[in-house]
Design a protein around this ligand. Structure first.
Ligand code: SF4
Length: 441
């Protein structure tokens, strides 16, 4: 009988892609993958260091796994495992902790997942994590997250990712192309390019071998994938060349997610970001000039040390005036071993929460405005296997979430639609512009 393994992922798309790949790797070696809520012999928990209360969340998932299968082997991997291996090993029930350099070698390192008296901790120094491990997610047949880059050479003062994932490194363009061709053989219609700092794509063995633009231009030629989406790209790396390329491309969709983090130059300097607000405006203007209906998402952090009411209002006004489509708001929280954690001007928690709330409301306003601005326009929707109260959902090229009456034949289909109106739940209602029989004949 095959031994059963179950996975749980905390954190970002990159973690999902990696969990998915670990799962396939174990299936190839004779294990049977089962959902997390089912009894298993082994549980692998892929952790994140960015989420708040990483420790609490990790403990909770371990307890959950123990409840389902009290005798199971429990192994913790991921960013939090790299940052705090000893603390994690002390969590009751944990059998092994693997760091960034070890996680893809778990089958060789953990000797058949036999329980030992003390938990095994295998987490080398982060400088050992220099190899690139290719990964892609396989959650549904509609979309996949393809990891093209890992690690980061920047030193933003609030961020633990370089400590958890190591230096910037990537696969070669040729290897990413062969992964894309593999995906093209499946039913997947959309590939989301994922990484820690994907604009920095192209460093292999410490040397720059290519640039992100080389990768996207090459991927554009791969037959069998309808859409490519760039997940998130630093503003200083989003060159005119990349924007102009997306504007020309039939496959790369007009959707950009660009971290801003603050609209105050004073805070950007304290964060040690590599741009000022003027550059950000310039990037947004360039996109809108070439693709007026492109979707632009923004990451922003509130409550960074030193952020006064005036600095926050500067950010608020800045975002209010920019033609961006939605915000991902993060409330700053102190992380061990980061320069920001030692900075003066700590913002009280209550103020952080209030600022975060203000920006979330602004985000909703922005999103609605962006949706309404697109009413009457025609797009192509990729429908997903996501049904709610008789309705299914999907996204347009420019990331508008649409809602249509459920039709199983539409799942994983690209359909031309006209955007009609935004309903009271904030979803876009659509009408199909080509009758179903035309599509299915
Ligand atoms: S660019 Fe800055 S915030 Fe992003 S991963 Fe690198 S160090 Fe962290």
């Amino acid at each position: 009988m095959k031994r059963k393994v179950a996975f749980y992922t905390l954190g970002c798309k990159l973690n999902y892609a990696e969990t998915s790949s670990l799962g396939r790797m174990m299936e190839e070696r004779g294990y049977q993958k089962v959902p997390f809520h089912e009894p298993a012999d082994i549980y692998i928990i892929n952790t994140c260091s960015v989420t708040d209360n990483a420790d609490k969340k990790c403990r909770k998932v371990v307890r959950e796994a123990q409840k389902i299968s009290p005798e199971a082997y429990i192994c913790i991997v991921g960013c939090y495992a790299q940052l705090k291996p000893k603390e994690i090993a002390e969590i009751p029930g944990v059998d092994a902790v693997l760091g960034a350099a070890e996680k893809f070698r778990l089958l060789d390192l953990l000797d058949g997942f036999k329980k030992t008296q003390l938990p095994q901790v295998l987490a080398s120094d982060i400088s050992e994590a220099y190899e690139f491990h290719y990964a892609f997610s396989w959650q549904d047949r509609t979309r996949t997250f393809l990891k093209v880059q890992d690690g980061c050479n920047y030193h933003c003062t609030f961020c633990t990712i370089p400590l958890a994932r190591g230096k910037s490194r990537s696969d070669s363009v040729a290897n990413v192309l062969s992964a894309a061709r593999e995906i093209a053989q499946t039913e997947v219609k959309e590939v989301v390019l994922t990484g820690v700092n994907i604009g920095d794509f192209g460093i292999t063995n410490g040397k720059r071998q290519s640039r992100f633009i080389d990768l996207v231009e090459a991927l554009d030629e791969v037959e069998g994938i309808d859409r490519f989406r760039i997940s998130s790209i630093e503003p200083n790396l989003l060159s005119n060349e990349i924007i102009e390329f997306v504007a020309r491309s039939q496959r790369f969709v007009p959707h950009f997610h660009i971290p801003l983090q603050s609209g105050s130059n004073k805070i950007l300097r304290l964060m040690r970001r590599r741009y000022l607000r003027e550059l950000y405006v310039d990037r947004v203007e360039k996109i809108k000039q070439l693709m007026p209906h492109a979707c632009i998402g923004v990451d922003v952090i509130v409550g960074f040390p030193g952020e006064t009411d005036e600095d926050f209002l500067e950010t608020y006004q800045f975002l209010n005036e920019l033609p961006v489509s939605y915000l991902h708001v993060f409330t700053y929280s102190e992380r061990d071993h980061t320069p920001a954690a030692l900075m003066e001007g700590v913002v009280p928690q209550k103020v952080r929460t209030q600022r975060s709330k203000m920006l979330r409301i602004l985000s909703e306003k922005k999103r609605r405005h962006f949706y309404e601005d697109n009413i009457g326009r025609q797009y192509t929707v990729l429908f997903e296997d996501d049904v709610e109260e008789g309705y299914m959902h999907g996204f347009t090229e420019n990331y508008i979430r649409v809602s249509a009456p459920y039709d199983p034949l539409l799942i994983n289909e690209l359909r031309p639609v006209k955007l009609l109106q935004v309903d009271d739940k904030g979803k876009m209602q659509v009408e199909e512009t080509v009758p179903a029989y035309e599509i299915h004949k």
